[in-house]
Design a protein around this ligand. Structure first.
Ligand code: AP5
Ligand code: MG
Length: 213
């Protein structure tokens, strides 16, 4: 399957992409994680992207389209993929249409802004394997360490109250128009993302015709 996860910052794209990845055995590709790795590794892309990500702004389209094209050409994408965080602008969606002709579904996770702020304020992330937790909604079984790899969990640099609000504003202005874009192409599936993680997974699987384990 070739899937896109669409949704506001903190809507649960990464959390639900991980469920789909386990179910379908295809890679979940987070463009945010690609950028954060580039920053960590001090690459030219990372150096250029840091100011954008730290300010809650989008990295320029040409950079993101090139990075995604490189990632999609890797052999693990041959049986499909889940895109988490791409496309984020109409220009990126148009570029994706040129790269990939047979998208199956665009899953739009619907969550209100007030829930988003609470979720991102309590998010903790594993800097090693990128597993995502929440201090109360979705805690790690190992406390402040990752339950999968034991690494101490961190708060993402862009999860400050000020940057969260900027990211939400950018989402409404630049990314939300994609809902209409994909509605027109008949690929859009809307999933209520406000209930707990498992219930959301169940609804999402049902919406795209997958059996729940
Ligand atoms: P990115 O990393 O994609 O961040 P984002 O879109 O802001 O989304 P998040 O990762 O914050 O949220 P999520 O929807 O994955 O939620 P999660 O599952 O973690 O991008 C970061 C930056 O990179 C951008 O701002 C931009 O600068 C740049 N960038 C990336 N892609 C780009 C592109 N294509 N073009 C240009 N720039 C780009 O869940 C959030 C929290 O809620 C967690 O704590 C989780 O445990 C909890 N939670 C999840 N689901 C539930 C639930 N159902 N109930 C309760 N809690 C839940
Ligand atoms: Mg994410």
């Amino acid at each position: 399957m070739k899937l896109i996860m669409l949704g506001a910052p903190g809507a649960g794209k990464g959390t639900q992409a991980a469920e789909l990845k386990d179910k379908l055995s295809i890679p979940a590709i987070s463009t945010g994680a690609i950028i954060r790795n580039a920053i960590k590794n001090g690459t030219q892309v990372g150096i250029e992207a840091k100011a954008y990500i730290d300010n809650g702004q989008l990295v320029p389209d040409d950079t993101m389209i090139r990075l995604l094209g490189e990632r999609l050409s890797m052999p693990d994408c041959v049986n499909g993929f889940i895109l988490d965080g791409f496309p984020r602008t109409i220009a990126q969606a148009v570029a994706l249409d040129e790269m990939v002709v047979d998208l199956d579904y665009v899953i739009s996770l619907e969550v209100d802004d007030d829930v988003i702020v609470e979720r991102l304020s309590g998010r903790r992330e594993c800097p090693k394997c990128a597993s995502t937790y929440h201090v109360t909604n979705n805690p790690s079984a190992k406390g402040d360490k990752c339950e999968k790899c034991g690494e101490p969990l961190v708060t993402r640099a862009d999860d400050t109250p000020e940057t969260i609000l900027k990211r939400l504003a950018v989402y409404h202005e630049q990314t939300e128009p994609l809902i209409d874009y994909y509605k027109k192409s008949g690929k859009l599936v809307s999933v209520e993302g406000t209930s707990d993680v498992h219930s959301t997974t169940v609804e999402m699987f049902r919406a795209i015709g997958l059996e729940i384990a």
